[in-house]
Design a protein around this ligand. Sequence first.
Ligand code: PLP
Length: 459
Amino acid sequence: MNNTEELSKLRTEMKEVTGKIIQLVHTRMEIAKKIGTVKQNLSIDVEDEKVEKDIKDSVIKLAENLGMDLELSGRLLNLLLLESVRLQNDQVDSQKISPHVAIFMKAKEMEKKGKKILHLEVGEPDFPPPLSVKKELSKIYRNKNYHYTDLLGIPQLRAKIADTVGCGIKSDQVLVTPGGRFAVFCAITSLLKPGDELINIEPTWPAYKECADLIDVKTRTLRTSLNEKWNPNISKLEKLVNDNTKMIVLNYPNNPTGKILPQSILDKIISLAKDHKLFLLSDEVYSDYSFVDFNSVLQNEYDKKIMISSFSKTFGMTGFRVGYGIANKEIIGKMKGIQATSMTSVAEPMQYCAMAALGNDIKDNVDLIKSRIDLICNRIQKMKMKFLYPDGAMYVFTQINSGLETSDVVLVEKLLENNVAVAPGSGFGSNYKQFIRLSACQPEDVLNRGLDIIENYIE
Ligand SMILES: Cc1ncc(COP(=O)(O)O)c(C=O)c1O
């Protein structure tokens, strides 16, 4: 057989094998659909990490026997798993909307009808940006600061951010983004590919998983508990790492618990990331609200770290949409690629406002949030709720009184009927249905009135 004949024969074989794969995938999806229906009948969660691990172990064994690339086989399996989860979630979604969405839609409806809702669920400071930002806003038009900018952000702002964070960071290691959220998006979408895995430590802000889901990256979850003071268990974390793991996400000070990791645990996580060459994405947007010592991952030499921060919480500038990512130049280059493709650059006027905000003394804001956290903690302590006093951030994550036989969503709905909105714990991880998050972003009288209603309800 000459080369041309051989090529044609191999192509025919390839077509047949591809057809068989597609047929098998179809069969797999049909089975997934049936499993979805049974799960619905049993009212059990769509995702089951134990079952997934069992399949993964058997696939890895098969790949080993075949002499196949383990990373590739794991990635293909993850894509199949994600597709089944999506299909099963769609089956559920077609029948009912998520309880969180339902609650917030209800709050909006109530407000439309003229009800006054006490918002203890909001994650946005109630204080205004510094006065220097107001002055800058009035200068922007005169100074014609309303153009496209350098894709990374205006050089003076990057230099000022580099100076502020210290740790020897240079301005070419800074990417200015529209909010910390978009810096997270740039990092996950530029560094990971479909079928890769990311490790998330729950409870946590839901955006990391949402972002991973969007690009078919599989999220592995390490759950922490109030009993263990929200400390991640390192040996459990280690067990989640496999050939497909590419990133660990940290969020400290944590939303919702306010936890800051003890240095010894942070060191162990960094060394685990180093040993397995994993990206370490550290979302530190609440670091200015630290009531105990906080050490940024930037203080560590590790080359695959990415630090995320923002002007939103520190300066009360959520609507300005300015945040940033800091990493080595290569990583920043990749993140810049996503930003350049999707939006060119952050709005120049907002970058000037961010520059005007940097350097302002924020002690009063931090003291204010801390005093409100004290108020919330004192009151819920009297209600005998279980919680860990936050090390930082703007929230108190508290277990619903154990005598109360109810889940977060039921309680949140009841509270809403009594005109107070709180965030359900399950929004930060499916294991936290016994928790609610109370935010310290409202004046004391609002907090007190909201807490009075909560107290009345649970008594
Ligand atoms: C942990 C965490 N990171 C990032 C953000 C988003 O911040 P930004 O307004 O800068 O996008 C939030 C917002 O609530 C958050 O809780």
